[in-house]
Design a protein. Structure first.
Length: 82
């Protein structure tokens, strides 16, 4: 969650840069470069965190599944729905 806040802030800064350029009052190239670097850093950090969350969730769900015996399904004689 704490990686989303910087990403939201940087998205707002990118919007400000876009609005200033569309109104023909662009910011300095250095400031636009700083915003670009911040946007890349925040997006990489958020991507890494999402990957880590997904990996830990997958490990929690699938850890030991390969060692478990296969489940057998009830026969289709009407005993239980499949």
């Amino acid at each position: 969650m704490y990686f989303v806040i910087p990403l939201l802030i940087v998205a707002g800064l990118v919007a400000v840069v876009h609005l200033r350029e569309s109104r023909e009052r662009p910011l300095s190239r250095v400031l636009v470069g700083v915003v670009a670097v911040l946007a890349i850093a925040a997006s990489v950090a958020t991507t890494v965190q999402v990957y880590r969350i997904g990996e830990s969730g997958a490990q929690a769900v699938w850890n030991g599944v390969a060692q478990q015996p296969a489940r057998t399904h009830p026969t289709s004689t009407g005993d239980a729905p499949c």
